[in-house]
Design a protein around this ligand. Sequence first.
Ligand code: EPZ
Length: 440
Amino acid sequence: MYPEENKDLDHYLVRGGAPLVGEVTIGGAKNAALAILAAAIMSDETVTIENMPDVRDTNVLLDAMSCIGVIVDRVDRHTVKINGSHVRNVSIEYELVKKIRASYYLIGALLGKYKEAEVPLQGGCNIGSRPIDQHLKGFRAIGAEVAVRRGEIVAKADKLVGAHVYMDVVTVGATINVMMAACMAEGKTTIENAAKEPHVVDVANFLNSMGANIKGAGTDVIRIRGVERLHSATYSIIPDQIEAGTFMFAAAITNGDILIKNVIPKHLESISAKLIEMGCQIEELDDAVRVRSTGELRATQIKTLPYPGFPTDMQPQAGVTLARAKGTSVIQESIFENRFKYVDEITRMGADIKVEGNTAIINGVSGYTGARVSSPDLRAGAALVLAALSADGVSVIDDIHFIERGYEDFDRKLRELGGTIEKCDADADIQKFTLKTAIV
Ligand code: EPZ
């Protein structure tokens, strides 16, 4: 049904050294799409989703949805029609969703519509323990009985009644999940200490386009008034803030000049601010940003925070770039407890980074040398590609299936910017690539 993941082509070959120059168009936001696809089944009418990223996580979720009876009509790579009127059961197979964390959005959607759901506890990137206690607290607050049985979250309610939910931590997933589950509950639900990420707002706007009554998304208090039913809609997903930020740092680390198109500059403000501190030039247009780096990058300090702070999903990309800046930088990762796994890999390219707890002390070096490294997770993998593109010589990046979870055509987009990168599946290709690219 969807492009089969080719497990063999699980490596990138990269020859670094050329500045990335040109234009790139950003796709739809993965972390909005995953919630919106799940929420689409809450209507019994056909919902059309546009600007959907064609990445592994969205394809895995669409497969899981079609296996429970959702009609999934893939109009093209980026457009899908979904009809949830024929869902035949509310229990999702583990095999279907073990690879994606966002399968938990199916709990909120199924519980909100059918008052019951059975969804396996999810997998996902191992960037830290990924509890879902706040999700369950919200479901229970609106009247669901929730238990964890045989590795599954089992949620059931005779009826859902609006309630007041105060999130103990700012959590994107729980904010979105409770918002979904509450949008057809009886009465009013208030979520306090809510996450304010752009994709939280996008999901609220999508639900409202189907007839929900949600106010305050984007602030820390979201008010939901339950409605009887949700109707059809056509909705286009916002541009991916993190894909855009990744290409912004690609320009910085390669001394390049990239026009990043189809973005919402407001969503990128914390990223632009850091790049300016590091010595880059940023030009903001209506729906694009241009990033230029012409000289030595400067050290700075970063602390990851919920939106509008510096995004945790941009931390590895910033880390590998600061490791080439002049001076000593400090990064504090305040969201996840295991998001420095790229440090061991980038050290093989010559970086000088010391991690103590959730803090990385980065002593900038003058350059990287190519090496064979492995992607520990989605964003760390993307960061290693950026480092390889700025390194002297050839690098091999293994386990790129992590990167393809969240980046569509990553190698093609980088090649179109002048990067020397291609997918390969065996050591023989590595020799060929090394010889071929050594000649140019
Ligand atoms: C979403 O994960 C994103 N994933 C992550 O992006 C992103 O890093 C994260 O939000 C923060 O922005 C998707 O949207 C699919 P959280 P999520 O709930 O929802 C704690 C990527 O690279 N917490 O906001 O799982 C949690 O441990 C991925 O695209 C609880 O304690 O993140 C963490 O410390 C990686 N209890 C913090 O909150 C809960 O019930 C933020 O987690 C839920 C979360």
